[in-house]
Design a protein around this ligand. Structure first.
Ligand code: HEM
Ligand SMILES: *[C@@H]1O[C@H](CO)[C@@H](O)[C@H](O)[C@H]1NC(C)=O
Length: 520
């Protein structure tokens, strides 16, 4: 009987069980409803505002023509810091304020770490996105970033390439000096700087004994020119049919086939050299080939991965760097007082020495500010690299739907008067004097190299050649515009391509000041 009582309706056990059960149920329901409420809030939040859309094409017509980063800056000024465009079937969200970027990068970090997977140039040139920049967020991407950070572009490696860099820059300096004494001394500085950067990167990648250098560079140039024309169609997937329509896709495929063949030849040569242990430097291709042969890698590095990574270094790492030099020189010529100041600093710090070395660079603190100011006004990737939102979430009160493409307008952020003052559009390196604001990805108003997990892994490598190149140009020469051209005539508009370089090349007159020492 006593046992039965324990199970009767009035037994204390029953009440305790009932109470506990009730309590637990309430707890579960409360936490559930909280999740539901959060989800409901996200779903109820409105899409970010944007300009009115046309049927079918949405906002596509608004983005054709001028530079997209400039159009999007104007749209942000009208519609707000987070806007949503509809491009065909796809949502394109654009963030243009520090608060919006902060929520994307800090609060929803992982939901915005992915890249679109269907960019035509990436599919073709990067062997189906098999590099780093277009790899979806996850294990493979982490492995590749580690290779960049530990094996290819860490600061020790970048230092070890100093001799190669110096050689390329001194050749450029010598060439300019020769042209300065020619009959028509106007030089195409944009073109010459690009060649210097190319020479530097190809030496680091393949070594100077590589016979296919010229052919490879020629093909890369051709590929880059295709990619530039792709820009619009690619950023806006619903214009994809344009690729086929214009014949660009087949052109890119043809260039790629040739590039692939040259790659095979170069790889075969390097493998012979590696087997004979005749590799004297840490060429990037050697580093990658050694990793390829390593067993028990969680994600094997294939021959295609090697090719894709090298292709990417050329696409992400050449024009971006030479563009910075081009813009810095343009701004300095446009601002003669600043030019004078930076040249004075360099020439004084050299104390009569005529041969500039990489070890002199840290002495040029104002040059460092000039480079920062150039990156603020002229970020080579004004909209960074496109991201994809992987899970619907709320950003500054708006709903960003899963699958939306996301761009961050670094160009707009660099010119935001709220952060840079009413003179945001002027070139004033002094604004960085004593300021903690840096481009390492933590000050969202200044993110020329991007921010968050996807930040550029080539910062040290890229900056090293920018600093050395600029220092030489400013140390050895004075610069003038060609006869009859005034400062106001300088075209300061960008072109939309692989990077936002100057629309018209920088044509200038060099005047040799510090002679090159004979040993160059
Ligand atoms: C001044 C020169 C350079 C600038 C301004 C620049 C800028 C950028 C920017 C804005 C991004 C996108 C970051 C983001 O999505 O948040 C990026 C990504 C990248 N950059 Fe650079 N870059 C430069 C030089 C280089 C160099 C020299 C290399 C390689 C040798 C390189 C390799 C890459 C790669 C692989 C990515 C993709 C990273 C990822 O998706 O995980 N960049 N860069
Ligand atoms: C300068 O060089 C660029 C890049 O190679 C080229 O497109 C342009 O036509 C050149 N301009 C002049 C005037 O030489």
């Amino acid at each position: 009987m006593a046992m039965e009582a324990n199970y009767s309706l009035f037994s204390p056990f029953f009440f305790v069980t009932l109470f506990l059960g009730f309590f637990i149920t309430i707890l579960i329901m409360r936490s559930r409803s909280r999740v539901h409420k959060q989800r409901a809030q996200v779903v109820l939040a409105p899409l970010p505002p944007g300009p009115p859309r046309l049927p079918l094409i949405g906002n596509i017509h608004q983005l054709v023509g001028d530079n997209p980063h400039r159009i999007l800056l104007q749209l942000a000024r009208t519609h707000g810091p987070l806007i949503c465009l509809r491009l065909g079937q796809v949502y394109q969200v654009v963030a243009s304020s520090v608060e919006a970027v902060e929520e994307i990068i800090k609060r929803h970090d992982l939901k915005f770490a992915d890249r679109p997977r269907d960019l035509t140039f990436s599919r073709i040139l990067f062997y189906d996105g098999d590099g780093v920049s277009m790899v979806p967020y996850g294990g493979i991407w982490k492995q590749r970033r580690k290779i960049y950070a530990m094996e290819m572009l860490n600061s020790r490696r970048v230092k070890s390439y100093a001799a190669i860099r110096l050689d390329a820059v001194r050749k450029l300096t010598g060439e300019i000096a020769r042209k300065a004494f020619a009959q028509t001394p106007v030089i195409n500085l944009s073109e010459m700087v690009m060649s210097m950067i190319n020479a530097n990167v190809i030496r680091v990648a393949f070594g100077d004994k590589c016979k296919q250098q010229a052919e490879f560079l020629h093909l890369v140039k051709e590929a880059i020119s295709c990619v530039s024309s792709f820009a619009v169609a690619d950023m806006y997937p619903s214009l994809k049919f344009l690729d086929t329509l214009t014949g660009l896709k087949s052109k890119l495929e043809a260039v790629h086939a040739k590039l692939d063949k040259v790659f095979d030849e170069i790889i075969a040569q390097r493998q012979v050299a590696l087997a004979a242990e005749a590799a004297e430097e840490d060429l990037i291709i050697d580093v990658l080939l050694k990793l390829k042969d390593e067993e028990n890698q969680e994600f094997p590095i294939t021959t295609n991965s090697v090719k894709a990574i090298i292709m990417e270094i050329f696409l992400a790492g050449t024009e971006s760097s030479s563009t910075v030099i081009e813009w810095a020189m343009s701004e300095l010529i446009k601002n003669p007082k600043t030019m004078e100041k930076v040249q004075k600093e360099i020439r004084e710090a050299m104390q009569g020495k005529t041969k500039l070395e990489e070890s002199d660079i840290p002495k040029f603190s104002y040059l460092n500010l000039v480079i920062k100011e150039t990156l603020r006004l002229h970020p080579p990737a004004p909209l960074l690299v496109p991201r994809v939102c992987t899970e619907t979430c709320e950003v500054i009160g708006y709903r960003v739907p899963a699958g939306a493409r996301v761009l961050i307008n670094a160009f707009a952020l660099g010119r935001d008067e709220q952060y840079w003052g009413s003179d945001a559009e002027s070139f004033k390196p002094e604004r960085f004097e004593g300021s903690p604001v840096d481009f390492k990805g933590f000050n969202f108003e200044f993110i020329p190299f991007g921010t968050g997990r996807r930040i550029c892994p080539g910062i040290t490598f890229g900056l090293a050649s920018v600093e050395l190149g600029l220092a030489h140009l400013l140390f050895h020469f004075d610069w003038k515009l060609p006869q009859g051209m005034k400062i106001e005539d300088l075209d300061m508009m960008e072109i939309t391509g692989m990077s936002a370089s100057k629309r018209s090349p920088l044509l200038v007159l060099p005047k040799p000041i510090i002679p090159l020492s004979e040993s160059i």
